[in-house]
Write a protein that binds this ligand. Sequence first.
Ligand code: ADP
Ligand code: MG
Length: 463
Amino acid sequence: GVMTKTQVDLLEGYEGKCVLTKKQMEGIIEDFLARMEEGLEREEQQLKMLPSFVEKMPCGKEEGEFLAIDLGGTNSRVVRLALKGGQVREMVAHEDPIPKELMVGTTKELFDFIARQVKTFLGKHNTLAQSGQGKGGKIPIGFCFSYPMKQTGLANGEIVNWNKGFDIKDTFGKDLVELLEGSLSEYKIQGKVFAMVNDTVGTLAAHKFIDQDTQLGVILGTGSNAAYIEGKRRITKLQGGETKREEDKMIVNIEWGNFKSSRLPYLEEDREVDERTPNKGKQHFEKMISGMYLGEMVRLACLRASAEGNLFGGSQKDKLQQAWTFPTSLVSRIDGLGPEKLDQVKKELSAALDIPRAEITHGCARFVSRLCQLVGDRSAALAATGVTAIYRYLMQSKQVSPNQRFVVAVDGGLFEHYPRYPERMQQTFISLLGKEQAKRVELVHSPDGSGIGTAVIAAATAR
Ligand code: ADP
Ligand code: MG
């Protein structure tokens, strides 16, 4: 039940790459900061640094009843909520998985799917329609759209590109708010979209509503991305548009998923994961971090170990050979079991890969267990490196003072479910910032942040 020589060698290779040294992470930060500056200056840079047109920062006094529609990478959610007295009240949410075929279908099919979902939701929880809030008794809506969009105001925007497995050709050049309102009205839902925000922006806003020291919104779910509060004069590419003279700040959606650097610990498996996506060559950073890709990464490494190092007896590769069959939740469970409970790891693998238990040796289980741990560690270390880069940026530009709390609101299934993910990130903060400073970085899970924040922003606008 020991690992084969090749398996040991393969693991050493992964270890050498996935365990990041402080020096490597500092190099990544240096590149990240350079890309941020470029993105603030010019359009169409590697980091898109997208202006969100959210200029009035949430203060906790926002009020009203809203419907938040949150289109994610895996799920679509409808949330009805009321904001009052600095609290989120009466929250009712309904989530549906987005059918796979709609991710590569037509724009109209996707928006009609959302409209049907809203229709069903309102059939069950319809109090908003009677509340008569918003213009002409229409239901006030906040739309959370977790893809990059080019906006010239809070309630408009066109898609820049799809990612996370979505590949819909006829969305480009169309206003997303018009598309949503159009589909809603076809389904006889009288709604008005007051704000359309990216999920990172929503997460930041939702937490700022309850904690003024929130500096960052981060998504660690199907995809990965972050948003922060920027001084408007520093967004030098920002000219025209519907900006408010009286405000001097704006939330910027970094679109950090597309970050790329020769200093990133890039494996052969990363290249292979990339090959299997519709957005080949894009979203480098995201593909090393987020939930959509970690399982596929582990599958490819197992496939290699099977072919080269006799993993799973080198046979029974049928299930393992199918792309996207190794879910990140499995990586998560195996990692969570740790290096001791190898019998349970065997059980997980046997069930997931249709391999008889007897054919999974102790050595195999140990290999996969360590592999999952490495992939999880690398994800958390890179996410934390990204957060540290923005922390440094905000300190250096004196936009956050050194004695202020640095609260980071995080939403997404990976952060929520992956074992010890926050602790792993914290380890990286300690390594990069030292124990004392690292304490100032507070990672907070902001459940439903995307949807709530969209409502908070819509509330500030609707007033
Ligand atoms: P989105 O908003 O993009 O739809 P979510 O925030 O709902 O995404 O997160 C869903 C993602 O979270 C899944 O795609 C998966 O990658 C990840 N995920 C779900 N369950 C787990 C788990 N148990 N462990 C780790 N990651 C998970
Ligand atoms: Mg989401």
